[in-house]
Every structure is written in structure tokens, then in C-alpha cells.
Design a protein around this ligand. Structure first.
Ligand SMILES: Cc1ncc(COP(=O)(O)O)c(C=O)c1O
Length: 381
């Protein structure tokens, strides 16, 4: 959805002219700090932390809520591989959970995957769709599990009046190329929990040892990494945040128009959505995978099973539980011995992805052109 134009160019040019490209060298004029304040207001979240990527935001969030080696982290079997990789990289064990026809984590299957070692669940708001947050947060509360929302693909999207990524204990967003706003790479963490904010802040800046006085907390110091956002990235992102709500409204209007055209064809149905009143994304489900395959050959559609490392079947390193070293094997610490990310772990997800297609909506395409495309899709047979 990202379109960089004169505002972004002017914003970056000001940073370049200043020669101050790192957030701690701006003498109180940091664009990154302004980006954090702007996104905190936009999301209505007490704390935000700008980081280098969505994967970094996920790792900071997991560290923030206290996930560590051997802990089990529930992740959906349909998501970008980073969701599971972030857990593994911290020594935690990703446990795959089925998605349902909403393409998001199935709370009924989540219930069956909870064990005494489960520390967190990561519901993923895929494709600008939203998870069943009421059911997931209720279940997590019942079992004392932290909720880390992966809202990497859904910055700004609403669920029952709240922005996704602000409903659980922490939320992660990505600003890589194809996201709702983009700096090529970049990420953000949001949380209402002061302790999560402090731990995530420490982790993203080498434990903040380099900045005496930064950590105003009793939290025990620990080492972290350097996952900071640069002033160049935050200056590209700031103007885009201001435009985003208008773009999401345009997507919602195009969704409504596309649905009117598509529902003329009885062999396809619009996939269920957990917040239809705020919906900005569209997927359609067929009974027969071959219909989905035929539909996906047309312009503006693709079948979800064909989307590479968004499908758990293609997560070779996650399946093998492999990290950078065999001596850092999460399964050595885990209480359960069996692999929780095997190819047969989530058959319902594979079946649903083979029968479901995304209909790509474009905010910059006029509604009439959206209708024409949708009408062509409806005639796929
Ligand atoms: C659902 C999901 N989670 C996590 C990520 C990781 O974000 P990044 O690529 O910025 O590290 C992505 C990025 O594509 C994503 O789509």
C-alpha cells in the first residue's frame, strides 16, 4: 500500500541535511522519538518502541513478556516464518496451532495445544485480517499465558474499536516493503505494560548499558542486541502514518464493492471475518481446491497454499528446530520431546489454504476499476 512521494522525500532530506542519522545523536530532535510518540497516539498505546524490523519487534515483545529457553509459544501454522523463527531464536519452542476459515488462529485448537510449559500465544493478523481476540485473550487469561499480537501485516487495522497490536500484552508491527506503511525495513512494538516496555527497550539496545540513566527501573540489567531504528527510517514513516486512516477507508470501500460483484458467483463465499464492520481485506473460500486454483490464475487473486514461507509446510529450519548452533537446541530445554512443527501437525490449515484465495484490494485503484476486476474474478469458471 506504501507510496512514497514528495512528503517522504522532504522528510528524509531534512534528516540528511542535518547529518544526524542515529536517534541518540540528534540533540533532542529525534525523528525516531517523534515517530514513537506519533504511533503511540495513533494506536492509542501507552508505550511504543521503534525497532529495525517486525522480527525484531516480535523478539523484543517475547523477551518483554518473559519468554525464554524451553518455553512453548503457540503460533499459527499460517503466518510468515518470522513468527515461529523469533521464538526459536530465543530458545523457545514454537507449537503450531491450526487456523480456521478466517485465516487466523483457531481458539478451539489453541485450547488443545496449551500445556504447563506454554508461556505465550502469538495470534497473527494476516493480510490485514483480524484474529478472534475476544476468544484468544479470554483463553490466555484463563491459563495465565501472555498474548503477543503479530500485527506485522496489519498496522492501523481495527478490531471492535481498538487497533490490532494493542489488545494483548504486546504487539509487533513490520514496515518492510509490502506493509501498510514502509521504510523498506523497520518495525514497532506497542504495549500498555511498563515492565514489558522496559525489558523490550533494554533488549533492543544492547541492554542499554551504553546509555547510563536510560533505564529508570528496578528491572535487573541483561544484555540484548542492537535492533534500533535509524532516523532515516523514522523520517520516511512519519508522513505515512498521517495518511494511513484515509487509505484504510479506501480499502474498506473497495472491499464492499468487490464483495457485491463476487457474491454473484455461488461457488465461492467470502471468508468469515472477526470484525466485518472495520474490514479492509478480502479472501474467498471454495469447497473444491481446483476451483481455488482456477480462480487464482486471474489477475488480482492468489491462492494461499502457494505463498511459500507463509505456509508452515515450507518452514524447513523451524521444522528441524534448527538455530545457529546445534548446542542451542530449544528441544534440549523443552519439557516435550516431540517436534511440534511437523508437516502433519496442522492438516486443517493445509486444507483451508488450498481452498482459499486472497483478492488483492488496492487503495489507489478507483472503485469502478475494482468492480470490473471483481466481475472478471466472479466469472472464473
Ligand atoms: C505476519 C508477519 N510476521 C512477521 C514478519 C516479520 O517482519 P520483518 O520482515 O519486518 O522482519 C512479517 C513480515 O513479512 C509478517 O508478515
Amino acid at each position: 500500500m506504501t507510496r512514497t512521494g514528495p512528503r517522504e522525500m522532504a522528510s528524509v532530506a531534512r534528516v540528511l541535511a542535518s547529518g544526524r542519522l542515529g536517534r541518540y545523536s540528534t540533540r533532542g530532535q529525534s525523528r525516531t522519538e517523534r515517530f514513537e510518540a506519533t504511533t503511540a497516539g495513533f494506536l492509542d498505546s501507552p508505550h511504543t518502541l521503534a525497532v529495525s524490523s517486525g522480527t525484531a519487534a516480535l523478539m523484543c515483545a517475547l523477551v518483554g513478556v518473559g519468554v525464554g529457553p524451553g518455553d512453548e509459544v503457540l503460533v499459527p501454522a499460517y503466518t510468515w516464518v518470522s513468527t515461529a523463527a523469533a521464538a526459536l531464536a530465543l530458545g523457545a519452542v514454537p507449537v503450531l496451532v491450526e487456523v480456521d476459515e478466517s485465516l487466523t488462529l483457531d481458539p478451539d485448537d489453541m485450547k488443545t495445544k496449551i500445556t504447563g510449559a506454554t508461556r505465550a500465544v502469538v495470534p497473527v493478523h494476516m493480510l490485514n485480517l483480524v484474529c478472534d481476540m475476544d476468544a484468544i485473550t479470554a483463553l490466555a487469561a484463563e491459563h495465565g499465558i501472555a498474548v503477543v499480537e503479530d500485527a506485522c501485516q496489519a498496522f492501523g487495522v481495527r478490531y471492535r474499536g481498538r487497533r490490532v497490536g494493542t489488545i494483548g500484552n504486546a504487539g509487533a508491527f513490520s514496515f518492510s516493503q509490502s506493509k501498510n506503511i514502509s521504510a523498506g525495513e523497520g518495525g514497532l512494538l506497542a504495549t500498555a505494560d511498563e515492565r514489558v516496555a522496559v525489558r523490550a527497550g533494554m533488549f533492543h539496545d544492547v541492554g542499554s548499558y551504553t546509555r547510563p540513566g536510560w533505564v529508570r527501573t528496578d528491572e535487573r540489567l541483561f544484555v540484548g542486541m542492537n535492533l534500533k531504528m535509524s532516523e532515516l527510517a523514522s523520517s520516511v514513516l512519519l508522513p505515512q502514518v498521517r495518511r494511513l486512516d484515509a487509505e484504510l477507508d479506501r480499502l474498506a470501500a473497495r472491499r464492499r464493492a468487490a464483495i457485491e460483484e463476487l457474491t454473484a458467483e455461488p461457488s465461492l463465499r467470502v471468508s468469515p471475518h472477526h470484525a466485518p464492520e472495520d474490514a479492509v481485506a478480502l479472501t474467498v473460500t471454495f469447497d473444491d481446491p481446483s476451483d481455488a486454483e482456477r480462480f487464482s490464475r486471474l489477475r488480482g487473486a492468489h491462492r494461499l497454499i502457494d505463498t511459500g514461507r507463509h505456509v508452515h509446510l515450507n518452514w524447513e529450519s523451524v521444522r528441524g528446530g534448527r538455530t545457529f548452533s546445534d548446542r542451542f537446541d530449544p528441544y534440549l530445554w523443552a519439557r516435550r520431546a516431540e517436534n511440534t512443527a511437523g508437516p502433519d501437525s496442522c492438516p486443517a490449515t493445509v486444507d483451508i489454504l488450498a481452498r482459499t484465495c486472497r483478492v488483492r484490494l488496492r487503495a489507489d485503484l478507483p472503485v469502478t476499476a475494482t468492480r470490473i476486476l471483481a466481475r472478471r474474478l466472479a466469472g472464473y469458471r
